[in-house]
Design a protein around this ligand. Structure first.
Ligand code: PLP
Length: 451
């Protein structure tokens, strides 16, 4: 059959990202997708799944969106690709830049386009360091990021990532990137007597000296680290800390941006304006490869005074087709009230998770912001006791969900960690959300039988 032909070709010719190569070569691929519409995906064996994490938290408009296909067709038929190097421009790229400026908070009004999130974060690091060079600093180049932060896999983004498997992969390194402990609000506000002060962002700044630190990068809500909400006051505290020491704040909005959390951007929940904002994923709902770094006006103005070539850019910076898709994507998000829908459906999801938490004693720490949600599985939440490492709780539950036609994602990269993430497309309706909760309920019941 076609499926078995593709399977054997895949095992021989394709190296998969974030996949166990040995297991893939022996048993893969797990699913060969053949199509999709809305929140649903189909595979070559005739199965249908609910896409419970919007693939990689990016397919916000769901699958099979003909309007995005049309936008792409129209632009490709006219001019698929044109460079933005050497001062060249084209309409969709300029229009999307203006549209995004109208949506971002404060004076985040200028964008540098990339093809994805890692490139956006690397670009933010380089532009931050470049800005400080232009201001006369010679050593202000260190980037501080957080444990459990995820910022991508290019060499700099990988080092900013606070998940050891990614951070250390292949021994690549960038000596100018430090990891701080995550979410220590009091320390960042200046409480040096806090027992965890050592390793906080503030402690690193004080140890290194502010003239060596270019920027701090945080996700408004940590995603791939296991969906961790910042405690109330945290992002404001970090913004204040960065102001105090004249350090840039980079908000990595790659997951949160464009409505995922029930507001247009994650930082909008906490009313802060970062100096740089990295975006990707939801900017096109995954229909084209696009990312960008948005910067505040004082940064743009300083760079704009530089009278030589800005020696940075990707062939696909400002790709016209990707930008045309991005424009149409944002138009649909606004027209169909999808930010509001994320908010409403998020409330339904939260209610469902509360119900499951009451029903299953091992399900705990349910957390939801719009359509970005997670929960923990623990042996005994009241005693704060995790499952034994031999119990692959999150993976087992996710497998039960998969058997019942729901694709969600487990996180267990630290001993005792069993986190499950849910982040369906923003177009989801109430019945579909109930179906997700129903499948989770059945899967949890099956999982509890196996304990
Ligand atoms: N930043 C965040 C918060 C992400 O979640 C991701 C990807 O999951 C990235 C950056 C990297 O983006 P990309 O995979 O497009 O390079």
């Amino acid at each position: 059959s076609l499926a078995s032909e593709l399977s054997s070709l895949d095992r021989k010719h394709l190296l998969h990202p974030s996949t166990n190569p040995k297991s893939q070569t022996q048993f893969g691929p797990k699913i060969i997708f053949s199509g999709g519409e809305g929140i649903h995906l189909h595979d070559m064996k005739g199965n249908t799944y609910i896409d419970g994490v919007s693939m990689l938290w990016n397919v916000n408009l769901g699958h099979g969106q003909k309007e995005l296909a049309d936008a792409s067709y129209q632009q490709m038929s006219n001019i698929a690709y044109a460079s933005t190097f050497y001062g060249y421009a084209n309409e969709p790229t300029v229009r999307l830049a203006e549209k995004i400026a109208s949506l971002t908070p404060g004076d985040l009004n200028t964008i540098f386009f990339t093809s994805g999130g890692s490139e956006s974060n690397d670009t933010a690091f380089k532009l931050s360091r470049f800005y400080w060079q232009l201001q006369g600093y010679t050593e202000k180049r260190k980037i501080i990021s957080l444990r459990r932060g995820y910022h991508g896999v290019t060499v700099a983004a990988q080092r900013a990532t606070g998940i050891d498997a990614y951070r250390n992969f292949s021994g690549s390194t960038d000596p100018d990137i430090d990891n701080a402990k995550a979410h220590l609000t009091d320390c960042e506000l200046g409480d040096k007597s806090h027992p965890e002060y050592e390793g906080s962002i503030r402690s690193i700044i004080e140890k290194e000296g502010k003239d060596k630190i270019a920027a701090v990068i945080v996700e408004p809500i940590q995603g791939a680290g296991g969906v961790h909400m910042p405690p109330e006051g945290y992002l404001k505290a970090v913004r204040k800390l960065c102001d105090e020491f004249d350090i840039h704040l980079i908000a990595d909005e790659v997951i949160c941006g464009f409505g995922r959390t029930g507001k247009m951007f994650g930082v909008d929940h906490w009313g802060i304006v970062p100096d740089f904002m990295s975006v990707a994923k939801g900017i096109t709902s995954g229909y084209a490869q696009l990312g960008g770094v948005i910067m505040r006006e004082h940064i743009r103005d300083t760079i704009a005074e530089y009278d030589d070539m800005l020696a940075h850019g990707f062939t696909y910076s400002g790709h016209p087709t990707a930008c045309a898709v991005g424009l149409k994507n944002i138009e649909i998000v606004e027209r169909d009230g999808l930010v509001e829908n994320a908010n409403l459906m998020g409330q339904a999801l939260e209610k469902g998770l509360h119900h499951l938490e009451d029903k299953y004693p091992f399900l705990t720490k349910g957390r939801t912001k719009g359509l970005l949600a997670g929960f923990d599985l623990m042996e005994d939440p009241e005693a704060n006791a995790p499952f034994d490492n031999s119990v692959k709780a999150a993976t087992t539950l996710v497998e039960e969900c998969y058997q019942r036609g729901l694709l969600i994602r487990p996180f267990d990269f630290e001993p005792g960690m069993n986190i499950v993430a849910i982040a369906p497309p923003l177009i989801i309706n109430k019945d579909q959300m109930e179906k997700i909760i129903h499948i989770l309920d059945d899967s949890l019941a099956a999982f509890s039988q196996k304990l």
